[in-house]
Design a protein around this ligand. Sequence first.
Ligand code: SF4
Length: 253
Amino acid sequence: MTCSFQAEDVVVLHMLREIKPDIAVLFLDTVHHFSQTYAYRDELANLWKLNLINLRAAEPSPGLWQTSTDACCARHKVEPLFSALEAYDVWFTGLRRQQSPSRANLSEVEPFRLPSGKSITKVSALAAWTNRDVWMYAKAHDIPLLPLYELGYTSIGCEPCTSLPLDPSDPRSGRWQGQKLECGIHIQPVISRQSTVISRQSTVISRQSSVDSHQSTVDSHQSTVISRQSTVISRQSSVVGPSAVGTGSATGD
Ligand code: SF4
């Protein structure tokens, strides 16, 4: 699983440890985290005896965010994570739909294609959880949380790109000063869902075609045309589905 050591990730980690105590815990060490995050990571890793794997860019570039947050996220998050995920078939995250509009359609289980073409299964068990659910679970199980929450942060990533929420109703509004919502590692599912939608459209059109074929000769001709459209859309679906989009968060994040 990927773990940024925010509350959601720690809750998922708490659950998974019950089943697999040595589960690989991938932490994206962007070299830009808060000192409190590094300290908390080390405390929890020691307390829970985690199989912690720190992922770093092949060539870290401290301060790159000042010129391009996209390039910085790609180098320190997206590339190291996608490279590491090659060794796994299942990826657990702490993502929730309520975290951001960009996560509103998140599925609990969905396929994820890596840049190499390998497809893995992404599992976001807390997709339907509310913020309150997370905090209640943590409290009920005596899970210590990242102390930065006590300072008012509601979503915590790298220090230069994290501030107190700009909009109290949007937990991630303090990320990247509101300039973007995601670092890029969770972008692809949107493409996958597009593929699903197009696929469903194709099925609907196919059914229409079938009904039309029982009608008049004129309608039958229309049916053939619609059927051809269906085939074209099906092919579009095939093209959209497998494409890997990766350079474009939780957690990762
Ligand atoms: S969140 Fe900011 S500092 Fe962290 S990798 Fe992205 S741009 Fe760089």
